[in-house]
Design a protein around this ligand. Structure first.
Ligand code: CDP
Length: 256
């Protein structure tokens, strides 16, 4: 692939200039960070798996009418995406108590919530991505009321679809974080699902054993992090390791 201008380097991904002015190339690194980058490691193959898993999820969501930034996967670690203006919010959707919600509200990890809950955090690493209320979003002009309503609606649809998709492969979707961006169109802009959806940004537990198949394996030193991501990819039919995988779902190829 030709040398591209690096526009931004984050904790797990790099963004390069795309072939057209309204596109970018999103590169998935093997780097893992947790606790606001206080804990760091390189996990061989994580980037390749997240590129595949995020591609798979974005394509499935596009099929049910969720507009996303994903255009196409270019190779093992890169995907072509639409260039958006990222809305500075981390949108978290939870079905089961875990992580900061358990700590903050004293709800035991693993307790099913009375209903799915959407939370907003401000996307500010230097402040540790603080939890905010919708009031803050409106008062500080981070997004309009109409945008927030659309984001909540899309998040709940994404949650419904992904809960079913993961249930079908024996996985409980505990929670996830997504981001949205504004993409210019003729009469204004469209809100697109952006960033990634992968075991880095979701909590995924095996339905039978409650085994964690996500980044908590890294955060909590549980070991076998890449193996867990591989298990998710294999159950989704993205990689061929699992002989039970239906062949029509296998999308891996050896030539990239
Ligand atoms: O993960 P942590 O305990 O720090 O925070 P959380 O609010 O419990 O995270 C909820 C979900 O969002 C988990 O699936 C996290 O992996 C994900 N998340 C993320 O991907 N990026 C962040 N900056 C914060 C949370």
């Amino acid at each position: 692939m030709a040398r591209r201008k690096k526009l931004y380097e984050g904790k797990a991904k790099i963004l390069y200039e795309g072939p057209k002015s309204d596109t970018l190339v999103q590169y998935f690194k093997d780097d893992a960070t947790a606790f606001n980058a206080q804990k760091k490691a390189t996990l061989d193959g994580k980037g390749v798996l997240n590129n595949r898993i995020s591609e798979f999820v974005m394509l499935r969501l596009a099929e049910i009418g969720i507009p996303t930034h994903f255009i196409e996967r270019l190779n093992m670690r890169e995907q072509l995406i639409k260039k958006v203006e990222i809305i500075p919010l981390e949108v978290i959707c939870r079905n089961v108590a875990a992580g900061t919600m358990s700590k903050r509200l004293g709800i035991e990890e693993g307790e099913t919530l009375p209903r799915s809950i959407v939370e907003f955090c401000l996307k500010r690493d230097d402040l540790g991505d603080p939890l905010i209320a919708e009031e803050h979003i409106h008062a500080f002009g981070w997004a309009s009321q109409a945008e927030v309503d659309e984001i909540i609606g899309m998040t709940l649809r994404i949650n419904d679809y992904l809960q079913g998709m993961f249930a079908g492969i024996g996985i409980r979707l505990i929670d996830f974080k997504i981001e949205f961006g504004r993409y210019p169109v003729a009469d204004g802009h469209q809100i697109l699902l952006a960033d990634e959806i992968s075991p880095d940004s979701c909590r995924l537990w095996d339905r039978e054993t409650n085994k964690k198949l996500d980044k908590d394996r890294f955060r909590r030193d549980l070991g076998d992090v890449t193996e867990a991501y591989q298990e998710v990819a294999s159950r989704l039919g993205i990689i061929k390791e699992n002989p039970a995988t239906p062949p029509n779902l296998s999308v891996i190829s050896n030539n990239d």
